[in-house]
Design a protein around this ligand. Structure first.
Ligand SMILES: Cc1cc2nc3c(=O)[nH]c(=O)nc-3n(C[C@H](O)[C@H](O)[C@H](O)COP(=O)(O)OP(=O)(O)OC[C@H]3O[C@@H](n4cnc5c(N)ncnc54)[C@H](O)[C@@H]3O)c2cc1C
Ligand SMILES: NC(=O)c1ccc[n+]([C@@H]2O[C@H](COP(=O)([O-])OP(=O)(O)OC[C@H]3O[C@@H](n4cnc5c(N)ncnc54)[C@H](O)[C@@H]3O)[C@@H](O)[C@H]2O)c1
Length: 461
């Protein structure tokens, strides 16, 4: 058995940079990955989807161009070229990361499936078929999540796509039915609709993106429906059957009525589940929560000293930037004696629909349920000068402020470049810049961010 200073299970968005840094700092480090270096983000998540979404936006441009006085010819979507571009970029990111790891002294990269075989021992079923047991004082679990699949009669028999397998499609689905109405459903739904698919989204809640405020969710629904996506909320898929002609039929209960929809492909997008089932955590005594996520404290320590859990697997917000930040917390605490924690960490995120939904801080519904004293302002994008000039008038800007301290509590920017504008507000939150100061700041004209002046001027003091 080889003994290391550090074992990291999973080369995801925390494990990868942590392995790099610890090894460079002189720790003998073993990084174990069962699939691809880079984890979900690079291989099945952010990188491939955002690469393809750009093609979908390009396919949609002729419609916008017409409104701007430009006539173009018919749009031809070369899906093979789109997939090839996506595959090339993923491959470039993946191999780039792997190659850079392989040059680092003190770092051993093992490809294989890891599980605990003792308190500080890890057994690896290597991809070459051999087995190896390794041990270390410090062990970091960064095993991420995988697609959850609902138990619906006939679904397995007709076959379904997940956010991973849909990336391997060679052809554009004729009619894509999506179960779920959140990030994955909406990003893929709009993308494939723009490539030419008919798309129907089935969301079991009252609203799509139901964790967001009603005004944001309803505005987004209106935008997507106007573009041509079918959205059915309070919907439950009850039964799937395969047709004689090869198509799929799904029986749906929506608003108390049964209906049948025919489709060609089904994408499940109902959330993700932690990859902890095969880790044999009973061997080391690490405790899971009721949903199977590794329980950690605000310093990301598990109940077992010397074992940490980072990224999606600890049940925190499931975003790449959070997983990446988790590695900074543990690295700083262990190597520089810092007292970093997840407490009070600002949570920004961006859904890459068009328009994007950039978010930071708390929502109005969270502020209400916490009984906070707050004021809320909104500004339709139709009133944003830059939006009118660029023809990007869909969506709205919304912010919540504390009327006493004048601090910004949260914001939602449903707009073209919403993810960039939200970063401006995040910097204000991080730096304690109050809304009354933003009102009078000078922003370059004409930018989207300039309208933050107008947004905050709407607050009655
Ligand atoms: C379709 C899609 C789009 C997304 N888009 C965005 C986006 O735009 N922005 C954003 O911030 N987030 C996005 N996300 C979420 C983001 O991808 C995840 O939050 C992020 O990848 C989590 O990183 P992680 O390090 O926790 O885990 P992962 O990146 O999932 O890495 C875990 C790694 O552990 C390995 N592993 C698991 N078990 C074992 C084992 N037993 N032994 C060895 N190795 C193991 C896995 O193979 C994997 O490589 C998206 C997710 C999906 C699915
Ligand atoms: N741009 C981004 O940052 C981005 C993009 C994609 C994914 N992600 C991450 O990946 C995670 C997973 O995304 P997701 O969209 O799969 O999950 P999610 O957990 O965000 O949403 C799942 C949705 O499916 C619905 N649902 C659950 N069961 C259902 C059923 N049986 N029938 C119909 N609807 C059902 C839920 O009500 C919910 O709206 C996200 O939470 C997010 O953190 C982020």
């Amino acid at each position: 058995m080889t003994h290391y200073d550090v074992i990291i299970i999973g080369a995801g968005q925390a494990g990868l940079p942590l392995a790099r840094k610890l090894a460079k700092a002189g720790k003998k480090t073993c990084l174990i990955e069962k699939r691809f270096v880079g984890g979900t983000c690079i291989n099945d998540g952010c990188t491939p989807t955002k690469t393809m979404i750009v093609s979908a936006r390009a396919a949609h441009q002729p419609i916008k161009a017409k409104q701007l006085g430009i006539e173009t010819g018919p749009v031809l979507v070369d899906f093979k070229a789109i997939k090839a571009r996506k595959d090339k970029i993923v491959e470039q990111f993946r191999t780039g990361s792997q190659k850079s790891l392989e040059t680092i002294e003190n770092l051993t990269l093992i490809f294989g499936d890891a599980q605990f075989s003792g308190k500080k021992d890890v057994l690896v079923m290597k991809t070459d078929g051999s087995r190896e047991t390794v041990s270390a004082e410090w062990i970091f679990i960064n095993t991420g999540t995988s697609s959850a699949v609902p138990e619906i009669s006939g679904l397995s028999d007709v076959g379904y796509l997940t956010s991973t397998s849909i990336l391997d499609l060679e052809e554009i689905p004729e009619h894509l039915l999506i179960i779920g109405g959140s990030y994955i459903a909406l990003e893929f739904g709009q993308m494939f609709h723009r490539f030419g698919s008919r798309v129907t989204i089935l969301e079991r809640s009252e609203r799509i993106m139901s964790k967001e405020d009603a005004d944001i969710s309803l505005e987004l629904r209106k935008i997507l429906e106007n573009e041509g996506l079918g959205i059915i909320t309070e919907a439950r898929a009850e039964k799937f059957t395969r047709d004689h002609d090869g198509g799929i039929k799904v029986e749906i209960l929506a608003a108390g009525t049964m209906q049948t929809i025919a489709c060609s492909h089904v994408l499940v997008a109902i959330g993700r589940q932690p990859q902890t089932g095969t880790l044999a955590l009973d061997q080391c005594g690490v405790i899971l929560d009721s949903r199977g996520y590794v329980q950690v404290n605000e310093r990301l320590e598990t109940n077992v000293a010397g074992i940490w859990a980072l990224g999606d697997v600890n049940g925190g917000p499931a975003f790449t930037h959070i997983s990446y930040n988790d590695h900074i917390i543990v690295y700083e605490n262990l190597m520089n004696g810092s007292k970093y924690s997840t407490k009070g960490r600002t949570l920004p995120y961006c859904m890459f629909t068009d328009p994007q939904l950039g978010r930071v801080g708390i929502s109005e519904q969270q502020a209400k349920s916490s009984g906070l004293n707050f004021k809320v302002v909104t500004l339709p994008m139709a009133n944003v000068a830059r939006g009118i000039e660029t023809g990007e008038t869909l969506g709205l800007m919304k912010a919540l402020v504390d009327p006493v301290t004048k601090k910004i509590l949260g914001a939602a920017i449903l707009a073209e470049q919403g993810g960039e504008v939200i970063s401006v507000l995040q910097m204000a939150i991080e730096g304690g810049i109050t809304y009354d100061r933003i009102r009078s700041y000078v922003f370059a004209h004409p930018t989207y961010s300039e309208s933050l002046n107008n947004l905050f001027m709407k607050i009655q003091d």
